[in-house]
Ligand binder design. Sequence first.
Ligand code: C2E
Ligand code: MG
Ligand code: MG
Ligand code: MG
Length: 286
Amino acid sequence: QHLSQLSSQARLHQPQPTEQARRRQSLENTVLTGIAQGRCALFFQPQLDIRDKRLIGAEGLLRWRHEDGSYSLPADFITDAEQNGVMVPLGNWVLEASCKVLASWRQRGITLPLAVNISAKQLQETNLLPHLKLLMERYQVRPSQLMLEITETARIDELDKSLSLLRQLRELGVLVALDDFGMGYASLSFLNRLRTLPVDLLKIDRSFIESLPEDPVMLRIVSAIARVLELPVIAEGIENQAQLDFLLSQDICWGQGYLFAEPLPQTEFEQRFLSNLPVNAAESKN
Ligand code: C2E
Ligand code: MG
Ligand code: MG
Ligand code: MG
């Protein structure tokens, strides 16, 4: 599936290989008009302390809403967007939407951290830091409430190029997580580089949780690496009690997954997870 299928208008054009430029142009139009028409939506998946099910944060996940009310998942359009120069405007929409959400939570006295996925394309784009600064100022976002998830499968040499940007982001006070940890360059030389990578958290890739409890070896390896590097971890994709029990037996204490909740539309997430949160009275006065 491709981005060209996101709008019925674009569907009329059958792209020819020779029409690469035109296709790119039409995708750009589709995405930019779509953003303006409110086709982008952020869904929210809770992140919990799996020992007591206490809410510790949320991950924002991008969806593309069709006219009929159905949604496309990122797997259907992110790669295409990255290859056709529209990931940056999409990512900017996500950043602004995230800052708006944090502002509205804060007005209600809720200071829950929000994790946002950042594409390697956004890291390569030099405008990210000033843009984020501007948004955080405009929406009065506390930097420590924003966690940027960069994916390990972004090529390591690209990640190397982004090192100083990541450092600057962290100087702002924004947190950085390495997403899909264990899937990319788990060579010893990568691990050596990981020691100097400015990240605050490792997100253990879902594939290592999927094989639990029958095959725990990879999970053990990955969590041992995290321990040596003295980095906290969060387990992604927890779907059942047996997986949860195994993670607890390994002293892993943060997680997210369908066992607790799927990514939810904002209002549903707020109703299910924020309505009985203790409100910080001092916060809500600001
Ligand atoms: P990710 O950041 O690793 O996000 C986790 C994915 O696993 C999400 O898929 C989530 O819905 C799914 N998931 C969560 N719990 C479970 C579970 O228990 N079982 C299973 N089977 N899956 C679970 P989603 O939302 O389709 O996103 C897929 C990927 O697309 C994300 O992987 C992320 O890399 C990318 N993505 C999502 N939103 C954005 C965005 O705003 N910007 C960028 N650049 N990438 C995004
Ligand atoms: Mg993520
Ligand atoms: Mg990812
Ligand atoms: Mg992941």
